[in-house]
Design a protein around this ligand. Sequence first.
Ligand code: ATP
Ligand code: MG
Length: 294
Amino acid sequence: MDQAGGLRKKDIYGDVEGGIPEAASTFQKPVRVMTVSSGKGGVGKSNVVINLSIAMCRLGYRALILDADLGLANIDVLLGLTPKYNMSHVLNGQKKLEDVVIEGPGGVRIMPASSGVQELTRLTDDQKILFLELLDGLETDIDMLIIDTGAGISDTVLYFNLAANERIIVVTPEPTSLTDAYALIKVLYSKHGERNFRILVNSASGEAMGKMIFAKLSKVADHFLDGLSLDYLGTIPHDTAVTRSVLQQRPLLEAFPDAPASRAFRQVAETICRTRPNVNQGTIQFFWKRLLNV
Ligand SMILES: Nc1ncnc2c1ncn2[C@@H]1O[C@H](COP(=O)(O)OP(=O)(O)OP(=O)(O)O)[C@@H](O)[C@H]1O
Ligand SMILES: [Mg+2]
């Protein structure tokens, strides 16, 4: 680490003769990068991220969760894990990325970001380039990057949504969840031209209610936001097994695989893996570059 506590190549790769490995700077691969966001907090995003990721792993996709919820990063708590390090340790040169990524249940890997997320946006240009080079190693073995952005319309939430290729917005039947989701979609659309969103209804009494909630949201959006594309992704039913799994700090899919919500998560994961929204996928490099504004 240098005097200012910043990242230097040596900190990432050590004192290796020849510097950065060739593959690290040239490797490019399409990785699906999707955010999971909501207008209102507490609608079930973190549970969605965990269980969809596990379901995707079971379908043979290698999923990495980026816990980018600044205020209340809690993927680790939901899984009973205690990560020692987060992205800020990488950014200040104390740790390598592989020391920060942890193995979760069901084959998922988790990159705890927490305070590192804010630091990401404040890096110097040199540090940004180094950070991108550092990420290459990880990208060789993931298919999906699933980002828990936290709730609301903070800059961080917007950054991640704009940098990702796919956006999942979680809503519940509560009227405030719908109005807040609309507010988030409206900012991303009106101020930033983002048109594609997939809506996942959580905690509904069943599929019929989920579709009704989706119809409500899309009716308002269609009326006020011309040219917007909202897709119905699916419905996760309200299920006490979710709360019980949270209390056990275990993922629902592992604790209660036969629960109705587990079945729904598997179905939604299949839908995601089977279908891609009509968007430019780009590479994961593009995602980080957009995010870091390089
Ligand atoms: N389908 C469901 N059925 C029943 N309860 C649910 C369901 N989904 C979520 N919950 C409950 O809602 C709580 C909040 O879920 P979660 O932590 O995933 O929300 P969040 O959107 O990530 O919250 P935050 O915005 O604070 O990060 C869970 O602890 C669980 O008790
Ligand atoms: Mg959360």
